[in-house]
Design a binder for this molecule. Sequence first.
Ligand SMILES: Cc1cc2nc3c(=O)[nH]c(=O)nc-3n(C[C@H](O)[C@H](O)[C@H](O)COP(=O)(O)OP(=O)(O)OC[C@H]3O[C@@H](n4cnc5c(N)ncnc54)[C@H](O)[C@@H]3O)c2cc1C
Length: 319
Amino acid sequence: MTQNSFDVAVIGAGAAGLNAALILGQARRSVIVFDNGSPRNAAADHMNGFLSRDGMNPAELLTIGRGEVRKFGGEFHDGTVVSVTRDSEDLSADFSVELADGSKIQVRKVLVATGLTDRLPVELEVFGERWGRDVLHCPYCHGYGVRDQPLGVIAKSAEFAMHQALMVRQWSDDVVLFLHRITELGSEDREKLAARGISIVEGEVAGPVVEDDRLVGVRLADSTVVARSAVFVGGALTMDPNDAILRAFGASRAETMMGDFVTVDMMGATSVPGVFAAGNVVDPGAQVIMAAAAGAKAGAGINMMLTNDDLEVALALRS
Ligand SMILES: Cc1cc2nc3c(=O)[nH]c(=O)nc-3n(C[C@H](O)[C@H](O)[C@H](O)COP(=O)(O)OP(=O)(O)OC[C@H]3O[C@@H](n4cnc5c(N)ncnc54)[C@H](O)[C@@H]3O)c2cc1C
C-alpha cells in the first residue's frame, strides 16, 4: 500500500467490488481493494450469462478487472479484513479498516462486497467434491452445459424441490427429483411433476457415483444407483452471506426466501451511514453481471456521498 488513508475501502474483489472500484477510480477517488482470494464461482471453469464475456474463465474476468482498476489508481491488498469501525460516534466520522495482520487503514467510506458462502447440508457434503462441475446450484449458470442429459434435483423442502425441478426441466426431458428427506410433497405437487414428465425417486440420497472423474449416478441409502450425469442442489443449499462486518454495525436486515440478508437502497447504501454493500453479500440471486452492475451503482452512490461531504467542508470553510 502506498498510503494509509483512502477515500474508499472496497472489501472483496469479485465482480461487485471490482466494478465499484472501477467507477470510483474513474471518479478520481482514491480506492483500496481488499481480497482474501475466495470468489464464489472459483470452482467453475466457465462463466455463462455475461454479455460479451460468455464462457470466459471466471478468474480471467477478475484478473482483467484488477488491471482496469489499477489503470485508474486503484490499489489492492491481498488479505482478510477482520473488522471495520467508525473512528468516533459522529456518523460522518471516518472508518478504520483492520486486517488480519493487525494493520489498519483509514477511509472515508466503505463498500462491503464480500459475497456469500454456499453450504450443503451435512449429510450431502459428500457431493461437495463435484461442486461446480456436475454438482450444480443454478440452471442459468450451468443448465445449457448439461442440456439434454439425465439430470437430478435434490432439495431441502417441497417448495424448493418444486421450484428447481420444474425449472431444470427446461434443460432436459429426463429429470429426476430425489425426495431425500422431504416428507411433505403433496398430491397436487406430484401431479404437476407428472404433467412435466419429472420422475420422483423416494428414499434418502447417500452420495455421488463417480467414474473417470465424471458423475455417473446418485447412490441412495439402500445402495440403489440412479444413473445421472449432473445433479442440481441449489434448493438444498444454505447461502450464508459473508456479512460479519455489516452485522457488527447493526445494519438493517430482512428475511427472504433465501435467508436473512442486509437490505440496501437502490444505490447500495445500507442503513449505516457511509457503509455500502453490493453483490451476493446482499443479493444471493445475483449472477456475475448483476453483481457487477450493483457494484457500479454502489460506486456511484459512494461518490455522490463523498461529493456532498466535500461540499459541506467547502461551505464550512467559507463561513
Ligand atoms: C459453482 C458456481 C458457478 C457459477 N457460475 C456462474 C456463471 O456461470 N455465471 C454467473 O453469472 N454467475 C455464476 N455464479 C455466481 C457467481 O459466483 C456470483 O454471481 C458472483 O461471484 C458474485 O460476485 P460478488 O462480487 O458478489 O462475490 P464474489 O465473487 O464471491 O467475491 C467476493 C470476494 O470477497 C472476498 N472476501 C470475502 N470476505 C472477505 C474479507 N473479510 N476480507 C477480504 N476479502 C473478503 C472473497 O475472497 C471474494 O474474492 C456461479 C456460482 C457458483 C457457486
